[in-house]
Design a protein around this ligand. Sequence first.
Ligand SMILES: Cc1cc2nc3c(=O)[nH]c(=O)nc-3n(C[C@H](O)[C@H](O)[C@H](O)COP(=O)(O)OP(=O)(O)OC[C@H]3O[C@@H](n4cnc5c(N)ncnc54)[C@H](O)[C@@H]3O)c2cc1C
Length: 447
Amino acid sequence: MRVAVIGSGPSGIYAADALVSQEDVPVEVDIIDRLPVPFGLVRYGVAPDHLSIRSVRDTLNKVLQKPGVRFLGNVTVGSDVSLADLQACYDAVILTYGASSDRRLGIPGEDLDGSVAATDFVAWYCGHPDADRERFERLLPSATSAVVVGVGNVAVDVTRVLAKSVGELNHTDMPQHVLETLQSAHITDVYLLGRRGPAQASFTTKELKELGELLEADVLVKPADVELDPVSAALAESERGVGRNVDVIREWAERAPAGKPRRIHVRFLSRPVELRGDDRVDTVVVERTRLTPEGSVEGTGEMEEIPADLVVRSVGYRGTPMEELPFDERSGVIPNEDGRVTRDGEAVAGYYVAGWIKRGPTGIIGTNKKDAVATVASLLADAQSGALSEPTTPGGIDALMAERGVTVVSTAGWDSIDEAEKALGASRGRERTTIHDRDELLRSAIG
Ligand SMILES: Cc1cc2nc3c(=O)[nH]c(=O)nc-3n(C[C@H](O)[C@H](O)[C@H](O)COP(=O)(O)OP(=O)(O)OC[C@H]3O[C@@H](n4cnc5c(N)ncnc54)[C@H](O)[C@@H]3O)c2cc1C
């Protein structure tokens, strides 16, 4: 059996591993990615200063090197190759292309210059080939006060990157131009805004704590923000993770600032209602909120203006549709049952999903493993029951790509890029430096 996996993030690689690790059905897997390099958000999302989490790449890389697995990078499904093409070349297709779009705040001024989506900012500092380098090189050196909207781990990553000194980031694989631009920024104040209380924020305690341990930034919390209503207090009592987060935030509220050159203002029960400015955002209008007994949030009408020349909106990632396959607009995922793509409740033969495009942008990297294994179990059951149709041109993808003039980056090509990034890093005393330019990645792939 030949299977195409669309997307080389963790879910795609875990799916490929599950396929080649079983012996009931002999399988060959091609992992196709629109980028010349593998690993999806492990490379272009996970914070570069979280070296141990990023080292998951080593485990994922071992799968790419397994017999029966090929990496086909620089191939975009939807433009270089269609799903119909893939159907002709493979017995089954597993869609693991993630959730790369951003959710909107839906407030006036959201599109002002200086207001950016966390997806774009993160892509830039991780060296994504499609990142808008010019935009951040223009915005950051002239920014002094930033507002980060959202209280999840991505918002915490963004806040930390903005508040860290370059000395604290120098050892990472961030591209040199990113480090230089961050160094040229003079941001003294970063506001992290959450519309609910500290008990409702979806931080992990370890990531949260780090904000209070930065060399050059004090963390400031208003005591009123840590006064819990009865529902939140009960939540902090019953859920250990919530209780630990609340303890960390309480400790910050009691801390005296050490007079460090930067400040992180963590604000709860605060929602942005308008971004103001002429050519560029200069003010965020924030409304104080309160929690209702039903657990939702309502405005109090009490307004505050926060000066900000950079606003990073971190209110969630969102999936996008793929060609003519069904798509749930409300939740931003491909409808499925046990990983089988469904249309009006009926399985669409030969198509499967795993990872963020299956269940939405939730969970940790490891969550995608269990998820991918479950999808592969459905696929193997279908293969054994004869529910899959034979490909008409098995193995035809190579000829098709050559015919269309697509430069495919193979596993060996990726290995060359890997070596080139390690060599670039070594030249600056680092373990690795990310190559951000697509042409340079392609040149490195050729060796
Ligand atoms: C900013 C950020 C920080 C994170 N930090 C952590 C963390 O510290 N710890 C943790 O456990 N988790 C973290 N996560 C979550 C983790 O990264 C995800 O759970 C995981 O990457 C989702 O895997 P995936 O394979 O479904 O999608 P992705 O990792 O997004 O992979 C999708 C792949 O599909 C490719 N693709 C997209 N469209 C096409 C197409 N048309 N054709 C071909 N290929 C395509 C993409 O290029 C990409 O390589 C973080 C996420 C983000 C956004």
